[in-house]
Design a protein around this ligand. Structure first.
Ligand code: AMP
Ligand code: MG
Length: 405
């Protein structure tokens, strides 16, 4: 009995636990999940400072048209002096500490400067244009949760706390094995019926894009001996991904040999299209994904099953892409009984997300994958959708470039 899409995904995530952690430098941490909570090392900002280039004043002295004596100048990085005496203004730059007596800053644009005096042009309120100590964060405040992805904002915050290293989860080493007698590697001499092993490359690319470490371990031929040797090697990694050899063909031995190698089978068929012959298994700590061989099916099943698993292994809190609603621009027919992943072009029309098929949905058509910037996840129980209906999609890389027919 095939497993439903939802159950398959749950079974996978239930079997995944995050790997160990390591400390790496800030830039090596980018894109990875942080493994520890981060607390503010002190108040942020550390001192009251000016948010504008202008004049530090006493708000009570200021009315439109009033002239104040310029009694000093504080550049960024300068000391907070002299104090602002009544009737005076201290010229101040953005980020400079505000001096005693100052309770507002008037930006240059709202003043008229003369040699020793400044005229205030508008109304001034207490606290105007001052960034107060601790208004962003107070010392000890918890600001980043474990499992958060480290992006430029997290890097900025860690750097501002003076932290050059951070604990992150280890990257899984992912063995990638293609199977098939027809396959040749790029650049190898090939007969008319040969097929270039492109799956190892797209899988390695997808693994790399997630921040995990791909290791291409070659091609296993469609015989027990070759499969035994290559699968045994692949089981030494954190994750083993195989492609092809799992459908109903008479040379599809992958599952059989995995059983022989004492790999625990968790599921081996899913009610989805494309990608029905997808299998998930485990031996010890190693997860095994056996994906179908058809390149489009391989990429879609990676996206739907392997991606969340790798992200969870790498400690990420957010492992599933959010499903968002989009309006179909054309009717769609499908078979009921399976979830269908439709490759779509997502566009915005009058601010609303709309989708259309990105081309021929036959799984042999790689071109349609190249043109897709989204996947519509069409539910198993339906067989027809009308134009104008809303369906769930998730996005793929938005840099996908539609090409002309
Ligand atoms: P199979 O699951 O072995 O029946 O393979 C399904 C289809 O995918 C066949 O047309 C294969 O030639 C093709 N295929 C299998 N493995 C690869 C690969 N590594 N790279 C490109 N195409 C492949
Ligand atoms: Mg095959």
């Amino acid at each position: 009995m095939p497993t439903s899409f939802e159950d398959a995904r749950k079974l996978i995530l239930d079997h995944v636990t995050p790997l160990g952690t390591e400390r790496v430098s800030l830039l090596d941490a980018v894109g990875r999940a942080i493994a520890e909570p981060v607390f503010a090392s002190g108040d942020m900002p550390r001192f009251d400072n000016s948010a504008m280039d202008g004049f530090a004043v006493r708000a009570a002295d200021c009315r439109p048209g009033v002239a104040l004596r310029i009694s000093g100048y504080i550049p960024a990085g300068g000391r907070a002096e002299p104090p602002v005496e009544p009737g005076c203004a201290v010229k101040i730059m953005t980020g400079a500490p505000v001096p005693p007596g100052c309770d507002a800053v008037v930006p240059f644009e709202e003043t008229e400067e003369h040699p020793d005096q400044v005229t205030i042009l508008g109304a001034v309120k207490v606290r105007d244009h001052i960034r107060y100590r601790g208004e962003d964060l107070s010392a000890g405040q918890r600001v980043i949760e474990p499992g958060a992805a480290i992006r430029p904002p997290e890097v900025n915050m860690l750097a501002s706390f003076g932290q050059a290293e951070v604990a992150v989860y280890r990257r899984p080493k992912v063995a990638i094995l293609s199977t098939g007698d027809e396959l040749v590697e790029i650049g190898e001499a090939m007969g008319a019926e040969a097929i270039v092993n492109s799956n190892s490359w797209s899988l390695a690319a997808a693994v790399k894009e997630l921040g995990a470490e791909p290791v291409m371990i070659g091609i296993a031929r469609d015989n027990a001996e070759s499969l035994r040797e290559k699968l045994t090697a692949g089981l030494e990694y954190d994750v083993l991904i195989t492609s092809a050899g799992v459908s109903a063909g008479d040379r599809d031995f992958v599952r059989e040999i995995l059983v022989e190698l004492e790999v625990e089978q968790i599921f081996w068929k899913v009610d989805i299209k494309p990608g029905r012959p997808t299998a998930f298994a485990r031996r010890g700590e190693t997860l095994v994904f056996s994906l179908p061989g058809n390149p489009v099916s391989t990429m879609i099943t990676f996206e739907e099953f392997v991606r969340p698993a790798l992200l969870k292994m790498m400690g990420h809190h957010q492992v599933l892409k959010p499903l968002i609603k989009a309006t179909l621009k054309e009717p769609v027919k499908k078979k009921s009984g399976r979830v269908q992943f439709m490759r779509v072009s997502v566009v915005t029309e009058n601010g609303a997300l709309c989708i259309a098929s990105s081309g021929d949905q036959n799984t042999g058509i790689l071109r349609t994958m190249i043109r897709a910037n989204g996947i519509a996840v069409l539910p198993a129980d339906r067989d027809r959708f009308e134009a104008g209906e809303e369906v769930h999609i998730h996005l793929l890389d938005q840099t996908a470039m539609p090409i002309a027919e």
